[in-house]
Design a protein around this ligand. Sequence first.
Ligand code: 3NM
Length: 220
Amino acid sequence: MTTWRGVRLREALRLYVITDRALARGRPDIEIAREAIAGGATALQLRWKAGPLSEALQVGHALRALCREAGVLFVVNDRVDLALALEADGVHVGVSDLPVPETRKLVGESMVVGFSPETLEQALAAEAAGADYLGVGPVYPTTTKPDAGPAVGLEHLAQIAGAVGIPVVGIGGITAVNAAAVIRAGAVGVAVISAVVGAEDVREAARQLREVVDAALAER
Ligand code: 3NM
């Protein structure tokens, strides 16, 4: 299998949709994912915060197959073991997870490693340690991740995006209304939960966001 690391990754980060059981309101993750991809999602992340890992594996296998068929980047949040077990395209870690050097050591050279830095120093260190992309946020206030802290704003994102050579996605409170500003600040894409997973019409919500991101990227 070809790797997503490198040039292909930037394109794959345009519209990065993250699963969330609570916001899905009973709709299965696989259905949400199918609709999001039909609307233009370019990456999908399995974010598993509660429930047995056996169930995460089951859901993950279905998402893995869907993404492979659709040519969409499939990433697992936090859990390197789950990412390896699912043969995910990528794994995303934060400051409380296994650090980037150890993550890279475990997943090898072909898997994409994403990292969420809180500071510019952490961003630069992650890049040096082999991270392939960064998720910076929360750009805007969000209630989806209660421990995400206060909004960091566009300037913080722009500062990091301007300092590193790897692609940066904005995350947190991003909608079709404010996504263009995130791209203008230097992000190659947007990562969202509620704007897509929480939408009544998931496909249409993804389509609108993708349109905004593509238009903003075309203007750069
Ligand atoms: N991480 P929504 S903010 C999962 O700042 C996550 O690192 C964040 O959800 C960070 O699109 C966040 O609904 C929640 O705001 C994103």
